[in-house]
Design a protein around this ligand. Structure first.
Ligand SMILES: NC(=O)c1ccc[n+]([C@@H]2O[C@H](COP(=O)([O-])OP(=O)(O)OC[C@H]3O[C@@H](n4cnc5c(N)ncnc54)[C@H](O)[C@@H]3O)[C@@H](O)[C@H]2O)c1
Ligand SMILES: CC(C)CCC[C@@H](C)[C@H]1CC[C@H]2C3=C(CC[C@]12C)[C@@]1(C)CC[C@H](O)[C@@H](C(=O)O)[C@@H]1CC3
Length: 346
């Protein structure tokens, strides 16, 4: 006779746990008394209380040991959004997520929390205080967004309240904080190359930037409130700092905090967007001959020149979410964490 081990409720797995958000999530889970299995294609640190499993999430056999006897799984792995490798996004975000769902179901995992993105509804036009009922965009601006939509649908449709796997998706927007490999490093690199002098558009567009610890808090609340009778089952939730800020004020605060000049001169939005489209087309055409990646992609220009902020009222109502770290505090902790990116640092 085989006896099934009852999974400890303080045990969980984090797929993508070596990444920026994943590692912050792991650290908070440990603080809250969880023991954590990390599954990732790379191992980036070691911590007591964490067991690492290195592998590709598209490989079910590699996933199984990490998810065995675990009641709760967080899935926050993805290829980097800036990549233009469509096949990789399809394989990891879509087929890989199917594999994760199958493995969870076969192993009797009770809850799956997906890190989705608020970008699943963004198509380059203004979104002001967007709620979760905005339909998915029919015109995703890049392969990352296209596959995040498919991924979110797969996970939410897999929710089975009749004793099966329970699922929920968290949609953060513009995550920033210590160890972020993307937002601050790209911003500083652009500033060092003298390209952060310009404000795209009139500079009044409001945007959500969300401190990483608030995003982690939203994930843990979602996991702990996800039960068969709760409204969270099969639903997406925006998690934001609940403090929309002008895109260019946020950029300026980070730049000035790190010793760089704030952007000052205005350029018309449509002009820069048109140029970004042209450059992107050129990069596509020349790809077989020269590999160059424009900094100002159409997606980045759109994000820099439109309103895109979201309501987190549903998360407040259904899981008692409230941001723990203010934008001002988050920016100052972020700036302090990047001494090597300061102006003049070797
Ligand atoms: N950073 C943001 O602003 C932001 C905003 C909204 C949503 N998200 C979502 O949050 C999640 C985490 O993003 P992040 O910023 O921490 O990115 P990240 O790149 O730091 O982390 C992603 C992790 O996934 C791992 N990974 C990639 N492919 C894998 C594979 N095939 N098998 C196993 N592991 C694999 C990577 O090694 C990495 O450790 C992603 O799902 C992303 O779509 C990020
Ligand atoms: C070159 C400049 C105009 C700006 C330099 C900063 C940008 C690199 C970031 C500003 C907003 C960021 C952002 C993302 C990537 C980095 C920026 C463009 C995402 C597209 C990353 C993927 C997430 O899922 C998106 C989300 O919905 O949160 C991010 C949106 C903001």
């Amino acid at each position: 006779m085989t006896t099934r081990v009852r999974p400890s409720s303080k045990r969980c797995a984090v797929i993508g746990g070596s990444g920026f958000l994943g590692r912050h999530l792991v650290e908070k889970l440990l603080e809250r008394g969880y023991s954590v299995a990390v599954f990732d294609i790379r191992q980036s640190y070691e911590l007591p209380g964490v067991t690492f499993y290195q592998g590709d999430l598209c490989d079910k056999e590699a996933l199984r040991p990490a998810l065995k006897d675990v009641p709760l799984v967080f899935h926050c792995a993805s290829p980097a959004p800036a990549s233009d490798d469509r096949a990789l996004f399809q394989r990891v975000n879509v087929q890989g997520t199917c594999t994760v769902i199958q493995a969870c179901t076969e192993l009797g995992v009770q809850k799956l929390v997906l890190t989705s993105s608020a970008s699943v509804v963004y198509e380059g036009a203004d979104i002001k205080n967007g709620t979760e009922d905005i339909p998915y965009t029919a015109k995703p601006m890049d392969y990352y967004t296209e596959t995040k939509i498919e991924q979110e649908k797969l996970v939410l449709q897999a929710c089975d309240k009749e004793g099966g796997l329970l699922t929920v998706a968290i949609r953060p927007h513009g995550i920033f904080g210590p160890r972020d490999p993307q937002l601050v490093p790209i911003l500083v690199d652009t500033a060092r190359r003298g390209k952060m002098k310009f404000i795209i558009g009139d500079g009044t567009n409001l945007v959500d930037f969300t401190f990483v610890e608030n995003v982690v808090h939203g994930h843990i609340l979602a996991a702990e409130h996800l039960r068969p009778e709760s409204p969270l089952c099969g639903k997406p939730y925006h998690i934001t700092n609940d403090e929309p800020i002008r895109f260019w004020d946020f950029m300026s605060k980070v730049l000035v905090g790190l010793g760089y000049a704030a952007p000052r001169y205005h350029l018309p939005y449509m002009l820069v967007y048109g140029l970004a489209m042209l450059l992107w087309l050129l990069a596509m055409l020349l790809r077989p001959l020269v590999a160059f990646k424009p900094t100002f992609t159409p997606m980045r220009v759109a994000l820099a020149g439109t309103h895109h902020y979201y309501s987190c009222e549903a998360a407040k109502r259904d899981m008692g979410y409230k941001p723990l770290v203010s934008l001002t505090e988050g920016i100052s902790r972020t700036v302090e964490s990047y001494p090597h990116l300061r102006h003049g640092a070797p």
